[in-house]
Write a protein of this length. Structure first.
Lengths: 369, 277, 797
């Protein structure tokens, strides 16, 4: 490099060093550090995509949020004040969108996804949980004091105390519990769910939250992976170890449903008024009423991660680039995703699909059969 | 006078001794000096014959015998006992393999002037040529130049010959001092130096041959041109390692000259100067 | 100035007499001594071995390399390695025959000396594993199952395992038609300490692997630094053939020019003896030949021939004046002693200055070149005249010289136009235009490699074909740049560290030219996802340290060191072009500046592209340092010899023009400045200064006699100028044929050297008189002559 350039380089470096020496830090907290803008952001690992009208939002690793206003023809990276892995995104209407991520991140946008504000993080979640569990333990303790010989009450009290201590430990550990999915009924009321049985409810658009996880019969604190509402307005939560919960009263009370599978369910969707539950190693189950489930053989063993349900087509997405579609929910045919990279979510647009996964954004045109 | 002292004549039985003998005879009779003959060999008859020839003009002769191996030692011994003015020998510059020739050893090791006889012409009315290194700055060399000129002048006077000088200039050397870069300039400089030296010694010469080339080339050329019968030359007499590596120019000239050569060595000026006076 | 020059040059001048007397006193012993030395050194020279070393190619005091050497033990396989790709020509790799072949090849490679066995990787080595997530958790195993038996079912299992191992694109091609064995090498064996023998390794790779297993069905492709070096060394035989051709051409042309058998054979023989001595001395001093200094012997030959021709030419002229062979040789010796010695000394010392460059290979080259030059003094300045004094130049040559001298209207008259004011101005103006053009074009000169693959070899050479094969079919390029992230002990897997490195890796993907990167973070992410049933939403660094620790319970070799204080980030680049590397290192420095602290440091570099980045930086500055030194030394010697600044300009200006134009030529031809090509320009100065010194010395002898410049110059041309022109043309023709060499490095050098030979010659013949005229150079040192001498001069004329 010629002498002049190297001289300028030296000065530039010196300038950077001087300006940053004050702020050099060992820890870069990804909850508070803005995502890096990148010209290759569209190739980042993406985990979820949501659609409202012509607007699309895709979220993924490193705090990357991609936005399109023309059904995914053109995308732009949106600035975000955080760089954790983002796990799900949800549109309520054209203006209001929500996302969740690791380290307990929950953020909201008021302008259709162009700007985002962090409303909740893992520390706050830990405290909420601790409060709630401590309250429950205290309540049971006082009940126990009243009835010291009630064996079942003693067991429940012990359990509650244990859970409370566990929650206290979690506070010490820091904001380490990821949120995995989010669902909103309207601009105000919604749920966020995540690892270790985490379930949170908000009634004011995310400004304040209540810990709701104790309302689920999940003694082992298995992960809660996905949440959905069906055409009747019933809410479903699918999770690890074959967990399935249903609520018929807008999420106030939940009952656990037996499923024929003990592995993880990653997604639940509705197609032609039937419910489809899918997960690890290609397991797929169908139900009319949400209570009884029948296995569906797709012929593929790859883990199913997500689904795109249209009026006349159901498309399932999975590991290793698996895309299978069906018109009747029984028989599936494969589509070519053009590679072996796993697909984690998708939406249908005019003329095809917009998918996200290991390779970032992927467009599938209607002709790609 | 230098040549008035005793003469040392070395005769090699195996060679033709007549040239050296004759020359010695001429010099001894002219100068009335005594002669010591060192005879290489054991033929007493021949040796005494030679002695007899010399004695014919009333020259005192004294005869010794020697062999090639002991010659140098013996000569050195003789020279240390008595002072000799001149050593006369016939020129035999043959070299055995890489060793220095006998003449070479004589020139290097013996502290007296040496006359190597090659020709049979009389010096009388001939040309004596003094070979001088005009462009030197070395004090030894300068002194040697003076000695050579003085002796040559002496001889010229005695034999009524013409005194001439010859100077061998080095050939042009690119990149050296500017003067040394051109032959013309070098020769001009040599002429000038020669003239200065001659005027200092108050000598006049009949002719000067100033030419280019290594000494071994030019001096014989000049001798031919000037038809010299005797060439007087100096030698640095390098011995030992230096002698082996570089050698002495005078020794190398011996084979190229056709006439007699009188070689003066460095360091004899102590004896020469008082004599000239 | 005069006094200083007199003092410094006195030894040279004083030594002439001694040397001349010594050499011509007893010629036979002198010849015998030379013959004995030649035999001895020839015996040494044939024992010389190729000696290449990876570490010698890189600048060892550059911070990047120092960092690498500091951590070398912890960075397995990131230094020197070779990749062997085994491909099927039809079908895919899931056949019993292919797997058997691959297994055998892996085993063969295991036993080749110099291979780091613990880090050898292929699907058949136990360190390559597949993992899968089930309802019960992780399962895994070696890619080739223990019960593998070559059956269809086994092969199906292998296919499945490969898919689950993440090796597609790394050890197995994207199209499943080839597989790679990654072979890391020891530059120096850790136990025995012996150096890697590149030639032996390359040969073993060829005979034991490629020749043995390549067939109609299977093809073998091999890449890696060691293979490049091996191919270059093998190519040395061809390089030698081209040397031989150049030698032959020189022989023929020299005979046609001089019409003297002795005048042809003797200088060539002495030049070849110079080369033999040089090689012999190198061997004695314990050096070997590395592929990048293969050209030094030829350079020594070329410079020796230049000087030899000058001497023979002068002998011919002296013979024409009537001297016999002995006299002619002596006079020629004396005449050319000072310019020859000065030219060679300035060459030699000029080459020694290459030692300032901190790269061993170039320092070795400096030593080899200086040795060669020193030897030329003995063989061509001393031995040659002695031999010629015995053999003589021959009747025909003498006749030719005589006729040429007497010729009145020679073509040389035309060139003397440049010694007149109009011609001089014209020449200088043209030179000025060329200078500007050259400077402008020379700005485009790039440091480092401009092409992918191995630029020393042709694009269609076997190596580059193999390299393209691997780049096309695999996702990991062979251009790796390693950033070493240093932490406090046991902190390499802490959340803070991994989170920051995660961010760093994302930062890297934003840099143009970066393909992808791999580090401990990738392992943690994948396993964390695996621990959660393969859920992609968990493929990140967990904030829970226990989860992190669980995810790192099995770490492949090379991604962290045993004391957990170092984690390398291996960056795969699209190419190793200088621009790419510069951009990358600049960006990494920025990141490091922002984030380096007591707890974590981002240090560069390792990996072949890392070394290349370091080398490019060193070469960038070294280029100018080197030229400065060479010109300073050469200039000083010229100044001392001629004692005139104007003369200095006359001699140096054409050289400088050559250097600048050479750089422009390199830029135009797409030859980058690298370790291999860096010394070329310095060597060009060495070649060219000889011409200038000879021509100007001769010119000066005429000026000193008072001739006018045009006349003096005409005489110079008829004597020295002829030799210079002849030498330049002959060597140029000899070297231009190298363009056909299969070794691109030699072909490039051929073009550059041809240009330098021809242009130096042209510059010396045209620009020296032009500048002398314009600067009104008189005879140098003429002021020192006293007035009386001047008068004498007039009288003489």
């Amino acid at each position: 490099m010629d002498p002049i350039r190297s001289l300028i380089h030296c000065f530039a470096l010196a300038a950077v060093l001087l300006s940053s020496s004050v702020s050099a830090q060992a820890d870069v907290d990804r909850l508070n550090t803005p995502a890096l803008p990148s010209y290759r952001a569209d190739q980042t690992l993406m985990l979820d995509i949501a659609k409202h009208g012509d607007q699309l939002l895709a979220v993924g690793d490193q705090g990357v949020v991609m936005r399109s206003s023309d059904q995914g023809q053109h995308w732009q990276q949106v600035q975000t004040p955080f760089s954790v892995m983002l796990t799900s995104v949800f549109f309520t209407d054209a203006q209001h969108a929500w996302l969740t991520g690791h380290d307990g991140l929950f953020a909201a946008s008021q302008d259709g996804g162009m700007t985002w504000q962090k409303l909740l993080d893992g520390d706050q979640i830990n405290r909420l949980r601790l409060q709630r569990l401590q309250a429950i333990a205290a309540e049971l303790q006082s009940q126990l004091d009243a009835e010291p010989d009630n064996e079942s009450l003693m067991m429940r009290s012990d359990d509650a105390t244990w859970y409370a201590e566990d929650a206290a430990a979690a506070v010490e550990e820091g904001p380490s519990i990821p949120l995995l999915d989010v669902w909103f009924a309207d601009q105000q009321r919604g749920f966020a769910l995540g690892a270790y049985g985490l379930l949170l409810k908000t009634d004011d658009g995310g400004q304040s939250w209540a810990y709701w996880g104790d309302r689920l019969d999940n003694p082992d604190n298995f992960h809660l992976n996905a949440m959905m509402a069906d055409h009747r307005g019933d809410l479903y939560i699918a999770g690890e170890a074959g967990l399935l919960f249903r609520s018929t009263d807008k999420g106030m009370h939940w009952i656990r449903i037996d499923t024929p599978y003990e592995g993880s369910f990653f997604s639940i969707t509705e197609f032609k008024q039937q419910l489809f539950l899918m997960g690890l190693r290609g397991h797929l189950y169908r139900s009319d009423d949400g209570i009884d489930w029948q296995a569906v053989k797709t012929g593929y063993q790859a883990t199913l991660l997500s689904a795109v349900a249209e009026a006349d087509k159901l498309v399932l997405l999975g590991q290793g680039g698996l895309i299978i579609e069906s018109a009747d929910g029984q028989h599936f045919t494969p589509l070519d995703s053009g590679g072996r990279r796993s697909l984690s979510a998708g939406v249908a647009v005019d003329g095809g699909y917009r998918l996200v996964g290991e390779g970032g954004l992927l467009s599938l045109e209607a002709g790609d059969e | 006078m230098l040549l008035n002292k005793r003469l040392l004549l070395v005769l090699d039985q195996q060679d033709d001794i007549s040239l050296a003998l004759e020359r010695c005879h001429l010099i001894a009779s002219r100068l009335q000096s005594a002669v010591t003959i060192v005879w290489l060999g054991d033929d007493q008859v021949k040796a005494e014959q030679a002695m007899a020839e010399l004695m014919t003009d009333g020259v005192a002769v004294d005869l010794r015998y020697s062999t090639r191996h002991k010659l140098l030692k013996q000569l050195a011994g003789l020279l240390s006992q008595q002072s000799f003015g001149l050593l006369i020998k016939s020129c035999d510059p043959r070299e055995s393999g890489f060793m220095t020739s006998m003449d070479g050893h004589i020139l290097r090791d013996l502290p007296c002037p040496v006359l190597l006889v090659k020709g049979d012409q009389l010096w009388q009315d001939g040309v004596v040529m003094a070979a001088v290194n005009a462009l030197t700055h070395d004090p030894h060399q300068l002194q040697l130049n003076d000695d050579v000129l003085m002796v040559a002048a002496q001889i010229a006077v005695v034999t009524e010959s013409a005194l001439t000088t010859a100077v061998a200039c080095p050939s042009a050397m690119m990149g050296a001092d500017p003067v040394l870069q051109s032959e013309n300039l070098i020769q001009a400089k040599a002429q000038e130096a020669l003239a200065a030296q001659l005027s200092r010694l108050a000598l006049t010469v009949q002719a000067s041959a100033v030419g280019e080339g290594p000494v071994e080339y030019w001096i014989p050329e000049a001798a031919k041109q000037l038809k010299a019968r005797l060439v007087v030359i100096g030698t640095r007499a390098r011995g030992g390692l230096k002698g082996a590596l570089i050698g002495n120019t005078a020794e190398r000239i011996l084979s190229r000259l056709d006439c007699d050569i009188l070689v003066l060595r460095v360091g004899l000026s102590d004896e020469v100067v008082p004599l000239i006076k | 100035m005069n006094k200083l020059s007199r003092i410094l040059l006195a030894p040279i001048k004083g030594s002439e007499e001694f040397a001349e007397r010594f050499l011509f006193h007893r010629r036979l012993p002198v010849l015998l001594v030379f013959a004995a030395l030649t035999l001895f050194l020839a015996w040494q020279a044939v024992q010389i071995r190729p000696d290449a070393s990876f570490v010698k190619m890189i600048p060892t005091s550059h911070p990047y390399v120092e960092n690498y050497l500091k951590n070398r033990d912890d960075l397995a396989g990131l230094g020197n390695s070779v990749r062997v790709a085994v491909a099927v020509n039809e079908g895919d790799i899931f056949t019993a025959e292919f797997q058997e072949t691959l297994q055998k090849i892996t085993d063969e490679l295991f036993f080749i000396p110099g291979v780091d066995r613990s880090a050898l990787t292929s699907i058949w080595t136990p360190n390559v594993r597949w993992t899968e997530v089930t309802e019960e958790g992780f399962v895994g195993g070696p890619v080739i199952p223990a019960d593998y038996d070559g059956s269809a079912a086994s092969l199906e299992q292998v296919k499945l395992n490969i898919l689950r191992s993440g090796q597609v694109g790394r050890l197995v091609a994207n199209d499943f038609r080839s597989a790679i064995v990654q072979v890391p090498l020891f530059d120096k064996h850790p136990d025995t300490g012996e150096k890697l023998d590149y030639q032996a390794l390359s040969q073993q790779l060829e005979t034991l692997i490629r020749d043995k297993y390549q067939s109609d069905q299977i093809s073998v492709h091999i890449t890696g630094f060691a293979k490049i070096v091996g191919d270059l060394i093998d190519g040395a035989a061809q390089v030698a053939v081209f040397f031989g051709i150049a030698l032959l051409i020189t022989l023929v042309l020299l005979y046609l020019y001089s019409r003297s058998i002795t005048g042809t054979l003797v200088p060539l023989a002495c030049s070849v003896i110079a080369v033999i001595w040089q090689l012999g001395l190198l061997k004695l001093l314990g050096f070997g030949l590395d592929p990048y200094s293969m050209l030094v012997p030829f350079l020594v030959f070329a410079i020796a021939v230049s000087h030899g021709v000058q001497i023979v030419n002068t002998i011919a002229l002296e013979s024409a004046r009537g001297a016999d062979s002995w006299l002619a040789a002596r006079r020629a010796f004396r005449a050319l002693y000072i310019p020859g010695l000065t030219a060679l000394l300035s060459d030699g010392i000029g080459f020694v200055t290459l030692m300032v460059i901190d790269i061993r290979v170039i320092q070795d080259l400096a030593i080899a070149a200086s040795l060669g030059i020193a030897v030329i003094i003995l063989t061509n300045l001393f031995l040659l005249p002695v031999i010629m004094s015995l053999l003589g130049i021959g009747e025909r040559a003498t006749q030719r010289a005589l006729i040429a001298e007497q010729k009145q209207d020679s073509n040389w008259h035309r060139l003397t136009w440049f010694a007149t004011p109009t011609g001089a101005k014209f020449a200088v103006v043209v030179a000025g235009i060329l200078l500007v053009g050259g400077l402008y074009q020379g700005q485009k000169l790039q440091i480092g490699d401009l092409d992918s693959g191995a630029p020393e070899l042709r694009a269609d050479s076997r190596y580059n074909v193999d390299n393209r094969f691997i780049t096309q079919h695999y996702s990991t390029s062979s251009d790796t740049f390693v950033v070493m992230v240093g932490t406090e002990k046991d902190q390499c897997s802490s959340f803070n560290t991994l989170s920051l490195v995660d961010r760093f890796q994302y930062y890297l993907t934003n840099i143009e030219g970066v393909q992808s990167s791999v580090s401990l973070v990738n392992v943690s992410k994948r396993v964390t996802s695996g621990l959660n049933e393969g859920n992609l939403k968990w493929r990140t660094v967990s904030r829970n340290q226990l989860v992190i620790n669980a995810s790192l319970s099995y770490v492949p070799a090379g991604l962290m060191n045993p004391s957990c204080s170092l984690l390398p980030v291996i960056i795969f680049l699209d190419d190793h072009k200088a621009q790419t590397l510069q951009r990358l290192t600049g960006k990494i420095e920025q990141f490091a500046a922002q984030h380096d602290s007591e707890q974590i440091r981002f240090e560069m570099a390792a990996g072949n592209s890392g070394f290349e980045a370091a080398t490019n930086e060193v070469i960038g500055t070294a280029q100018y340092q080197m030229l400065a030194w060479v010109y300073a030394v050469v200039g000083l010697l010229c100044l001392l010899t001629f004692r005139s600044v104007k003369t200095l300009i006359c001699i140096i200006a054409p050289l400088a023009l050559t250097s600048i134009l050479c750089q422009a030529l390199m830029a135009s031809l797409g030859i980058g400045v690298k370790v291999a090509t860096l010394p070329v320009i310095a060597l060009g100065v060495g070649i060219g200064v000889d011409y200038g010194i000879y021509i100007y010395s001769k010119l000066n002898t005429y000026l000193v006699q008072g001739m006018a410049l045009p006349e003096a110059y005409l005489n110079t041309l008829k004597t020295t100028g002829k030799s210079v022109a002849f030498t330049g043309l002959t060597l140029g023709i000899g070297v231009v044929l190298w363009v056909f060499s299969p070794i691109k490095f030699q072909a490039d050098m051929g073009i550059l050297l041809t240009f330098m030979f021809l242009w130096n010659m042209l510059g010396a013949l045209v620009l020296i008189p032009a500048l002398a005229c314009l600067l009104k150079c008189g005879a140098t040192g003429i002021e020192a002559i006293s007035t009386t001498e001047a008068e004498v001069k007039d009288v003489v004329k």
